[in-house]
Design a protein around this ligand. Structure first.
Ligand code: ADP
Ligand code: MG
Length: 378
């Protein structure tokens, strides 16, 4: 750690975006004694409610961006798609971490794939699609993904052949896309790690992820993959972070196919698959984000229990009104998290449950049973 560059409390940390990731980062910053300012248009957003100051304005509002930049010693983001103009505007007034360059790569699937290929990362077969007569040499079935603004499986279509692909491209708005061979996945894993400006790097134990309808459903830690694969995943993540000269928490999603790893995508921020760290790690990924962007020593990423599992609570759980929370509050091995969102919508991330135990299977069953109990007849 270099004392010269560390940003110490009561300095101000700016947050572009007001969702649950921002909420936890703001809370972590406040615990450490920092002042926090959030820029987010939704007056009821999860992070706005817990910040010292909530600037209610659009992400590209020049006056609000100037205010956020001037108020802050360092500004970070909590979502993947901040407009490039916003980060550039902030960059003129405050330190921005991760850098606008790193965020720009992660928010464009074409730039991201090219970057990964350039630095020698293993990726599945892919091609750019940006015209109505495209016919790239890709094996079908394949997945067409919009290059920008996709998340939680949005902006994606599985296509069986080239003509279906071209129809899907028009349905997705005719915007630049990547087409990926649909891989047969043995497992999905992710590495959540942090890097400081001085090159300090710490990774959490590798997480094993299950998605439903393109949305993360379950994370189990440590991932039940060969130690060789887990080590390699962390090594790839470190190489990616170094190549981006990355500052902050970075998540790398990977596919396991026939015992080999392929990098799926990058998230330039704390990640849903790292939420278990709030309850079962020495340092949460959000505290780690604050430490990394402030240039203080990275915290211990060790687990406080041998295993953890996290299940998301989507708005669907609210179908019959408020779920019977008392059913999960009676077990000391389970932590309930609700993000303070007022309108539950199907598919919207409203909260999550983390459980822990001696074995991954034990934590997984506890978490899944807890969520199931919220569904059964009231
Ligand atoms: P998002 O930005 O929505 O998370 P992803 O590219 O991570 O988009 O895709 C969401 C999920 O869809 C992945 O976690 C995986 O389950 C599935 N998926 C995406 N691409 C592929 C692929 N090429 N082969 C197989 N499954 C895929
Ligand atoms: Mg993803």
């Amino acid at each position: 750690m270099s004392d010269l560059t560390a940003i110490a409390p009561p300095a101000t940390i700016g947050m572009l975006g007001g969702g649950q990731l921002g909420r936890y980062a703001v809370l972590a910053a406040r615990v450490m004694g920092y002042r926090t300012v959030v820029l987010e248009p939704d007056p009821h957003a999860p992070a706005g409610a817990v910040a010292d100051l909530h600037l209610v304005a659009d992400y590209d509002d020049p006056d609000a961006l100037e205010r956020l930049g001037r108020e802050s010693d360092v500004v970070t983001t909590e979502f993947e798609n901040p407009p490039a103009v916003a980060l550039d505007a902030l960059d003129r007034h405050a330190l921005v971490a991760p850098s606008p360059h790193a965020v720009a790569i992660a928010q464009d699937r074409i730039a991201e794939k090219r970057f990964l290929v350039d630095i020698g990362m293993p990726v599945g077969d892919w091609a750019v699609v940006d015209s109505s007569d495209a016919d790239p040499p890709i094996r079908y079935p394949a997945i067409l993904k919009t290059a920008r603004l996709g998340y939680d499986g949005k902006g994606q279509r599985v296509v069986a052949d080239a003509s279906e692909m071209r129809a899907a491209w028009r349905l997705l708005g005719g915007a630049p896309c990547v087409l990926e061979e649909a891989l047969v996945l043995d497992a999905e894993i992710s590495v959540v790690a942090a890097r400081t400006a001085e090159g300090g790097f710490e990774a959490y134990p590798v997480a094993e992820n299950t998605h439903r309808h393109g949305i993360l459903d379950l994370t189990v830690v440590p991932a039940r993959v060969a130690p060789r694969l887990a080590d390699r995943a962390v090594g790839l993540t470190m190489a990616i972070a170094d190549a981006l000269d990355y500052v902050g928490v970075l998540a790398v999603e990977l596919f396991v196919v026939d015992g080999e790893l392929f990098v799926n995508e990058l998230a330039p921020r704390p990640h849903n698959s790292g939420h278990w760290t709030l309850d079962v790690a020495q340092t949460s990924q959000f505290a780690q984000q604050i430490r990394a962007v402030c240039g203080v020593a990275l915290g211990d990423t060790g687990m406080t229990r041998p295993a953890a599992a996290m299940v998301n609570l989507l708005g669907d759980v609210w179908a019959d009104g408020d779920p019977p929370w008392e059913r999960v509050l009676g077990d000391g091995r389970i932590a309930l998290h609700l993000y303070g969102k007022t309108t539950p919508r199907a598919g919207r991330k409203m909260g999550h449950i983390t459980a822990w135990g001696e074995w991954p299977e034990e934590a997984e069953v506890l978490a899944l049973d807890a969520r199931r109990a919220l569904w059964s007849r009231r």
